[in-house]
Design a protein around this ligand. Structure first.
Ligand SMILES: [Zn+2]
Length: 143
């Protein structure tokens, strides 16, 4: 009887009878396991074989050139993808706006300070105890 192999795919781990024509078969012939095998093989190839990587890139470029509507049609076929991206963008825009507002606000507050003598005090200090803290700082406008 032929020796059973155990599938390398961690989510499978089934025992299978290897195809005698395949040397060192590590994955069973289930679709998922073959896909995992192929993906890993490609990843390995992309990382270690510059020629393969270049070929793949050219291939992809050529394919996109021949299918210029692919992304447009993809977005039409997958409205939830577009919506998801739109929401992400909206979130990024909002964050940027808020960041800018905060920056402007801080800048405005600094620029509104008149020159003169100021007390520098730690936040949350009791105003009544203020004369104990007689570190004064003079602000001189640079303009
Ligand atoms: Zn398997």
């Amino acid at each position: 009887m032929d020796k059973m192999h155990r599938c390398t795919n961690p989510s499978c781990r089934r025992n299978f009878l290897p195809n005698p024509r395949v040397k060192n078969q590590r994955y069973c012939n289930r679709k998922d396991c073959q896909r995992v095998r192929k993906t890993l093989w490609q990843r390995e190839k992309m990382a270690n074989d510059p020629d393969y990587k270049a070929t793949q890139r050219d291939c992809r470029k050529r394919w996109l050139k021949q299918n210029p509507d692919y992304w447009r049609e993809y977005r039409i076929r997958n409205p939830q993808y577009t919506e998801h991206n739109r929401l992400l963008q909206k979130k990024r825009d909002r964050k940027r706006r808020l960041d800018n507002l905060a920056k402007m606000d801080a800048l405005e507050r600094v620029s509104r300070l008149e020159s003169g003598t100021y007390y520098l005090m730690p936040e949350g200090v009791d105003l009544a105890k203020m004369d104990a803290l007689n570190h004064r700082f003079i602000l001189i406008p640079t303009t």
